[in-house]
Design a protein around this ligand. Structure first.
Ligand code: DAK
Length: 261
């Protein structure tokens, strides 16, 4: 599949998706959103891909938000479709079995912070900046800023960020829980790739179960979520990877997972 606004490569089970509109700081227009939808569907269907890294092209930005020039000309109907399309992409990223790591190399504003939060966790460059500046445009966040953000950082920080539109640096973003780890710019992609390779070597049945349980168990009552965990824990014992993992431990050798269900 040929893409015009994203770069896509797969190596050793790790897919790298790079949003590629550096002249406008990788702002999300309808074409980018449509191509993200296509690429994540392709990733979901491709057995070669085990882990995904999402990043932005150029030195300056991950994604500086939705494309304001494109949005400014939208009719209410077009704006609704664009909004729904972007929300669907974030849900797709959460729903696919494969872990998605955000490698935030610069500005991640508005839809950029929201896209990062739809990933399973965020690595950031020291130069990364986060924020929900939609309030300065007379709108509100529309792809999770009022919903995923408070779940990640708590209601008070989410309100402060969405109400002030303040842009925060990587260190504060890490302190409040948006970012897992911070790296010098040149070490960001190698670090993301190293973690992706670590995860890619695990059993796929287990990685899928961890992602699904944490994403979909999180908002359930705890006793329901624990039952779901126990059910899924039991299902792991039907997979060849469980036998391999435990046998390898007992035989004092590294496991070779096949990922068969
Ligand atoms: N859209 C379009 N162009 C953008 C852009 C954006 N978001 N951000 C930057 N650019 C363009 C600039 O216009 C400039 O273009 P030229 O003038 O060179 O043609 C070029 O990128 C370089 O930017 P600057 O010259 O401004 O660079 P600076 O270093 O001076 O400033 C900045 C960098 C990131 C602080 C600044 O560009 C900035 O404030 N950008 C806008 C950030 C922003 O407000 N983002 C939020 C957009 S609203 C929804 C889902 C999501 C959303 C809405 C609904 N639903 C599902 C309901 C999302 C909304 C948003 O994200």
């Amino acid at each position: 599949m040929a893409y015009e606004t994203i770069l896509y490569e797969v190596a050793d089970g790790v897919a790298t998706v790079t949003i590629n509109r550096p002249k406008v700081l990788n702002a999300l227009n309808p074409q980018v959103v449509s191509e993200l939808d296509q690429v994540f569907r392709a990733i979901d269907a491709d057995p070669e891909v085990k882990v995904v890294i999402l990043t932005g092209a150029g030195e300056k930005a991950f994604v500086a938000g939705a494309d304001i020039a494109a949005m400014s000309k939208m009719t209410p109907g077009q704006a609704r479709n664009f909004s729904r399309q972007l929300q669907k992409v974030t849900q797709l990223m959460e729903e696919i079995a494969k872990p998605v790591i955000a490698a935030v190399n610069g500005f991640a504003l508005g839809g950029g912070t929201e896209l990062a939060l739809a990933c399973d966790f965020v690595y950031a460059s020291e130069k990364a900046k986060f924020g929900q500046p939609e309030i300065n445009l007379g709108i509100i966040p529309g792809a999770g800023g009022t919903q995923r953000l408070p779940r990640q950082v708590g209601k008070a920080w989410a309100k402060e960020l969405c109400l002030t539109g303040e842009i925060i640096d990587a260190a504060l973003a890490k302190e409040i829980g948006i970012v897992n780890r911070i790296f010098p710019p040149e070490e960001l992609m190698p670090a993301a790739k190293k973690t992706a390779a670590t995860i890619a070597a695990k059993g796929r049945v287990s990685t899928r179960a961890v992602k699904e349980l944490i994403n979909f168990g999180y908002d359930l009552p705890l006793d329901h979520a624990l039952r779901l965990e126990a059910e899924t824990f039991g299902q792991c014992f039907a997979s060849p990877d469980q036998a391999e993992g435990m046998t390898a431990f007992l035989e004092k050798r590294p496991p070779k997972f096949t990922g068969e269900a």
